[in-house]
Design a binder for this molecule. Structure first.
Ligand SMILES: CC(C)(COP(=O)(O)OP(=O)(O)OC[C@H]1O[C@@H](n2cnc3c(N)ncnc32)[C@H](O)[C@@H]1OP(=O)(O)O)[C@@H](O)C(=O)NCCC(=O)NCCS
Length: 151
């Protein structure tokens, strides 16, 4: 299966398809309250989509923070999971940020997804907390030793 990964402007047709996919995954599948799923960061984020079989099957967004680049809203359509799409999107997004001189990455992971992000170089730190009704941990790729110490 050929997968294309693109950056798309907010509220373009492809980005709207990504927003619909986020609703499908986070609101309908994972029961995140709809009001929490989208936020003002969507206006300024860099949105990535993965296209396969002529449809948007994956998405994530990058937020440029002073201290790091935050990866969020990582979602892959159920029927397309387990084929490396999320991994490919995260690699593409990190390469894009690195090309702009940013190499500190941060995210908050659902606690049952820690292994997935650890394989991509993230280390969990800090206490578990609730977000969208699910337990989460903060993770980052930088200051790995201190990240582990505050665990
Ligand atoms: C989590 C999610 C984005 C993974 O997407 P995916 O395209 O199936 O992931 P990939 O196929 O790229 O998996 C990459 C690697 O992580 C592993 N992996 C995938 N999902 C995992 C999980 N839930 N827990 C642990 N490992 C996982 C894969 O086995 C694979 O390992 P490999 O590199 O050794 O082969 C997808 O399951 C999803 O959209 N879930 C619902 C939304 C969600 O939970 N988003 C994340 C919020 S933190």
């Amino acid at each position: 299966m050929t997968i294309s990964i693109l950056i798309v402007p907010p509220f373009s047709t492809l980005c709207n398809a990504a927003f619909a996919l986020r609703r499908e995954v986070f609101v309908w599948e994972q029961k995140v309250p709809e009001a929490e799923e989208h936020d003002a960061d969507d206006l300024t984020a860099t949105h990535f989509v993965a296209i396969a079989a002529g449809e948007v099957v994956g998405t994530l967004r990058l937020l440029d923070r002073p201290e790091h680049v935050k990866i969020g809203r990582v979602a892959v359509r159920q029927a397309f999971r387990g084929q490396g799409i999320a991994k490919a999107m995260i690699h593409a997004a990190m390469a894009h940020a690195r090309a702009a001189g940013r190499d500190r990455f941060y995210l908050t992971a659902q606690s049952d997804k820690l292994d997935f992000y650890q394989r991509l170089g993230f280390v969990a730190f800090g206490p578990e907390f609730q977000d969208g009704g699910m337990p989460h941990r903060a993770m980052r790729t930088y200051d790995r030793d201190s990240a582990q110490l505050t665990d």
